[in-house]
Design a binder for this molecule. Structure first.
Ligand SMILES: NC(=O)c1ccc[n+]([C@@H]2O[C@H](COP(=O)([O-])OP(=O)(O)OC[C@H]3O[C@@H](n4cnc5c(N)ncnc54)[C@H](O)[C@@H]3O)[C@@H](O)[C@H]2O)c1
Length: 284
């Protein structure tokens, strides 16, 4: 399937990055958000990201201009999905919201369009449940920052058609991503592994086994991880990781996903990581 027109729904951290990588491979992209200011903010973020790339000599001025010219900001969801080949939803992580979005998109997007969600933890099969387009609904789980992170995790729902998975796999490879395919199991592959390591690292801080710095250094220098699990938790957000850990603890009968009291306390105190200035590290 030839994908040339893409709509990205949600112009936040992930949506902006997804719109950028799609435009960089030549797609014409509509970046939708609930109001003009949010959609324009997403577009401005892409401009800034590409400008940094130009300053570092990674992107030419010409590529930057061409990429930006392919992206249009919009606050009209129905118009955004009209005539597209692929919709990628990157709205907030709420099952109710995503189900509503997919119902409306299924009614307005062309009958051939693939409808993907960038959810990091919600079951694809529940997002697609009762949707007439369930065979065309699939998970495309990108990583932050999207233009730099190589992984694309495809999540195959109970009703996702093989042709849908094949088409998004080909598109992911066109984006230059390393594509993995996983069943619609809680936490998929990436979050389940990442959360497991992070919860254990936090338990070790709680028990005074070692400092956050040394626990992170264990994974960096002993296992070749580019970043330790505690710094990564600060970057992702302690609240975000707590929510995913709670979800996994509920869905999988495995005690190692139970969030340590320390994490719960940090979130209650507003120590959310980089975004609040304080987490396992100080970010001031
Ligand atoms: N941040 C990450 O590291 C990360 C990584 C992988 C996946 N995800 C997933 O990507 C999705 C988006 O996360 P994010 O970090 O970009 O969030 P974000 O808060 O940065 O952006 C979400 C955007 O969606 C917009 N929005 C609100 N209601 C909407 C609607 N009805 N339709 C369309 N857009 C709407 C918001 O205005 C906001 O701009 C979530 O499902 C999240 O779990 C996030």
């Amino acid at each position: 399937m030839d994908i040339s027109k893409v709509a990205v729904l949600g112009a936040g951290t992930m949506g902006a990055g997804i719109a950028q990588v799609c435009a960089q491979v030549g797609c014409s992209v509509t970046l939708f958000d609930i109001d003009d200011a949010s959609a324009e903010r997403g577009l401005a973020g892409i401009d800034r990201f590409l400008a940094k790339g130009v300053a570092r000599g990674k992107v030419t001025e010409e590529v930057k201009a061409e990429t930006l010219a392919r992206i249009a900001a919009s606050s009209d969801q129905d118009a955004a999905v009209t005539g597209v080949d692929l919709v990628i939803e990157a709205a907030p992580e709420s099952l109710k919201l995503k189900r509503e979005i997919f119902t409306r998109v299924a009614a307005k997007a062309p009958a051939h369009a693939i409808l993907a969600t960038n959810t990091s933890s919600l079951p694809i099969s529940q997002i697609a449940e009762g949707n007439d387009a369930a065979g065309r609904i699939v998970g495309m789980h990108f990583f932050n920052p999207v233009p730099l992170m190589k992984l694309l995790e495809l999540v195959v729902g109970n009703e996702t058609a093989p042709a849908t998975t094949d088409a998004v796999r080909a598109f992911g490879m066109r984006l230059g991503k390393e594509v993995i395919t996983v069943r619609d199991a809680p936490g998929f592959a990436s979050s389940r592994l990442g959360i497991c390591i992070a919860m254990e690292a936090i338990r070790m801080v709680e028990e005074g086994v070692a400092s956050p710095e040394d626990i992170d250094r264990a994974m960096i220098f002993g296992y070749g991880h580019p970043m330790g699990p505690l710094k990564l938790t600060d970057l992702v957000g302690c609240d975000v990781r707590l929510a995913i850990a709670d979800h996994l603890a509920d869905s999988l009968d495995a005690p190692h996903f139970t969030p340590p009291a320390l994490l719960r306390q940090m979130v209650a105190d507003g120590r959310l990581g980089k975004k609040s200035g304080q987490g396992f590290y100080s970010w001031e």
